[in-house]
Design a protein around this ligand. Structure first.
Ligand code: BGC
Length: 750
């Protein structure tokens, strides 16, 4: 039964069993007068004040103390029957006051299942990974994807989704980059913010995470991310700031790592000062699973809820918090604030007014949503001699490697969504966390065959490069699928694993009409690049990834993804040649010096150093061509507006992403020559044009003054560049901007 039909049925039942209108009204009024916080006409602040005033101390303590939602071997833990088995977390409700439980599920690509659970996996729709959605540069798609997974969360019985990963990709080898929004604060903040808004459109709270500077997985529970205040505010913090303004996430999840030697979840600077004071954040801070390290220190620094306490060395917020309140090391006002923040978000995001209930999910409709995202995420990196799109004249096609005969790869760890219909390949990867390696059963090969019924498509698993090269030589076109599995808790190398470079090299040498399809969570090196005709970055493409890849390869979809992360030509170009900390000693304290690059993350570092990347931030080809003209700038009321015309100068319809970069003409103390200041995804028929107008957020013209706590714009001349990537800048304009100072509390106009 479809969701719409369910709705109709539920309505009919309600009508036949309904009380007469006057009686129902009287009953509701009595309920509201007994529980005045249930009056939806009051705002979330008023409702939270009213309910907290009625809570006993133990009820407040209930709200701030989280349980795991799944069975655990070590420590032995069986969750309450009321928890959703296999889930990430559960916080009991307070039935006396009508406070619903908080049922928490991971994460950013859909409803995940915890591996500790002995219960069957939930099979749910998976979006492409976060970095893939960022590669669409299309906030509307991110919103739609968020709305879809948020509805699956709600219809699976959850009201809190642990999504919204927005850590900047400072370290291209970070094993969790695939969950995040890339390396630029504007792009990441907009894309992840749009996804959070989508999730929360379902009367569901979404987190934003992992606050902050959670830049690598090596030593993730102990590493200290060391950085100065201004550099952090102009980079990693700014991504959070943009997303929070855009989406008002109900909760912020503090990170595992330390910041300047203090754990994120007991870091007064991070939680109280930046988040709650400077940005006036009104939601609550929950710890990451195992991220709480103290009672009074954490509570006083601004942590509002200890998550899944069994992951911590001991429970910190249960009985120990009660004791800390009794001995005065935590004030009553602080506990009241914690309870108030949690209930405020629950009111603001509909958790009281719209109780969750499990409902059937329309997986067919949702497959279309994830496929649209995956299609726009695919980045055509190289296409020499028109190898792509595949034409019907290719009679023999070789498909090689990466289980492309049966499915598409996904990223691993707590965000893992288990496929509808089961895993395409079983028994891969680590037995414990962050395994298994999961392939969604959506075969690129079958999707290609369906679109080329006349072609003979032969599959080789790629384990024997010589045999694969022989097949390649005998084929009109070759499609090699290469992959780099990425997963929470481990970083990876820029070099493709399992001898795949040698495989691609051999195949490319045998047939230059070779297309490489990469399934990675971030950049990899491509020593074979000159030997192949085309390269496509498909990321981890989600439930319908095979269809999406085939549609792009065959030209049914014109590729329009753009890189949200720089692909380096070598590790020598990075701020750190190797990753700090020792993966063999995860409990040892270690440091990573982010002051090396400061706010110059990704392309900004490459621009500052003059390094030539393998593929630049913002890069992506199309089967069409686009021209830019009429670049104009204007400054009104202190705001810089940039407008220009985009024309599809090619023969096929397609989407393009014109990008505006801004930089000061004279040294204004910026971290890099220029910053991304605006972008727009446009959809144009051949020959068609559109005019785009973008207003630049003034913080992108400013540097942060930590002492005065102001964003300072230096008056003077700025260069505005319009282009197709950070390294493909065409038209330039000069604009004079007046000096200005903005308060630390500055918010983008809504
Ligand atoms: C991850 C979080 C996740 C949590 C709950 C942690 O290991 O870092 O991103 O939400 O687990 O599963």
């Amino acid at each position: 039964m479809k969701r719409q039909q369910m709705h109709g049925l539920a309505m009919a039942l309600m009508l036949t069993t309904a009380l007469p209108a006057a009686a129902a009204h009287a009953q509701a009024a009595t309920a509201t007068s007994a529980k005045p916080w249930m009056n939806p006409k009051l705002n979330a602040d008023q409702r939270a004040d009213l309910i907290v005033a009625q809570m006993t101390q133990d009820e407040k303590l209930t709200l701030v103390f989280g349980y795991f939602g799944s069975n655990q071997e070590k420590p032995k833990f069986t969750p309450s029957p009321e928890a959703r088995m296999g889930s990430a977390g559960y916080i009991p409700g307070i039935p006396r006051l009508g406070v619903p439980p908080q049922w928490e599920t991971d994460a950013g690509v859909g409803v995940a299942t915890q591996r500790e659970s002995s219960d069957p996996y939930l099979e749910r729709t998976s979006l492409p990974s976060g970095i893939a959605t960022a590669a669409t540069w299309n906030p509307e798609l991110a919103y739609k994807g968020g709305a879809m997974i948020g509805s699956e969360a709600r219809d699976s019985g959850f009201n809190v989704m642990l999504a919204g990963g927005v850590n900047l990709a400072r370290e291209p080898r970070n094993g969790r980059n695939f969950e995040y929004g890339g390396e630029d604060p504007l792009l990441a903040g907009r894309m992840v913010g749009a996804q959070i808004r989508g999730i929360q459109s379902n009367n569901t709270i979404s987190t934003i995470k992992h606050w902050a500077l959670n830049g690598q997985e090596t030593g993730r529970m102990t590493v200290s991310s060391n950085i100065g205040d201004a550099a952090a505010r102009q980079s990693d913090f700014l991504a959070f700031e943009f997303a929070i303004e855009n989406a008002s996430p109900g909760s912020v999840m503090c990170a595992y790592n330390r910041i300047n030697s203090t754990y994120a979840c007991e870091n007064d600077y991070l939680l109280n000062e930046v988040l709650k004071k400077d940005w006036a954040y009104t939601g609550y801070v929950m710890s990451d699973w195992g991220g709480t390290h103290s009672t009074a220190k954490a509570a006083n620094a601004g942590l509002d809820q200890e998550s899944a306490y069994t992951f911590d060395k001991q429970p910190y917020f249960g009985a120990p918090l009660k004791a800390a309140l009794a001995d005065g090391s935590v004030s009553q006002a602080r506990l009241d604030d914690m309870a108030r923040r949690i209930t405020r978000s629950m009111f603001a995001h509909g958790l009281f007014d719209h109780p969750v209930s499990k409902k059937p999910i329309d997986f067919t409709a949702h497959a279309k949503v994830t496929q649209a995202d995956a299609e726009e995420a695919i980045v055509l990196l190289k296409n020499d001699g028109g190898v792509l799109p595949l034409t019907r004249t290719a009679r023999t096609i070789a498909v090689i490697g990466s289980h492309a005969d049966v499915g598409v790869l996904s990223g691993g760890g707590s965000s893992q969504v288990f496929p509808i219909g089961g895993m395409a390949v079983k028994g891969l990867g680590p037995k414990g966390f962050p395994g298994p390696i999961v392939y969604h059963p959506n075969s690129p090969l079958k999707a290609l065959q369906a679109r080329n019924p006349g072609a003979r498509i032969t599959y080789s698993d790629g384990s024997d490069p010589a045999a694969a090269a022989k097949l390649a030589a005998d084929s009109d076109v070759v499609i090699v699928f290469a992959h780099q599995w990425a997963a929470e808790s481990q970083d990876y190398s820029l070099t493709l694993a399992d001898n795949q470079d040698a495989l691609i090299d051999a195949v490319g040498a045998a047939n230059p009409r070779t297309v490489v399809v990469l399934q990675t969570g971030g950049p990899v090196l491509m020593p074979w690049l000159s030997k192949v005709g085309a390269v496509v970055e498909a990321w981890f493409s989600g439930t319908n990834g095979g269809e999406a890849i085939a549609r792009v390869l065959t030209g049914e979809v014109n590729p329009s993804g753009r890189l949200p992360i720089t692909f380096p030509a070598s590790a020598d170009q990075l701020p750190r040649r190797t990753i700090d900390c020792d993966p063999a000693k995860p409990d040892d304290f270690c440091d990573v010096d982010y002051d090396i690059e400061g706010a110059a993350v990704g392309y900004k570092w490459f621009d500052q150093k003059g390094h030539a990347p393998l593929f630049a931030f913002g890069h992506g080809l199309s089967y069409s061509t686009f021209g830019y003209s009429d670049l104009k700038t204007s400054v009104a009321g202190g705001a810089l507006t940039v407008s220009f015309k985009v024309t599809n100068t090619g023969k096929v319809a397609g989407k393009d992403v014109p990008q505006v970069y801004v930089g000061p003409k004279a040294n204004a103390g910026w971290e890099a020559p220029r910053r991304l200041a605006g972008f727009k995804k446009v959809d144009l028929a051949p020959g068609a044009s559109t005019t785009v107008s973008l207003t630049v957020d003034p913080r992108l013209l400013a540097t942060f003054d930590s002492k005065a706590k102001t964003w300072n714009i230096a008056g003077g001349a700025y260069e505005v560049s319009l282009g197709a990537s950070s390294r493909d800048l065409g038209a330039k304009a000069e604009v004079t901007v007046a000096a200005a100072k903005l308060p630390v509390s500055y918010d983008a106009p809504k």
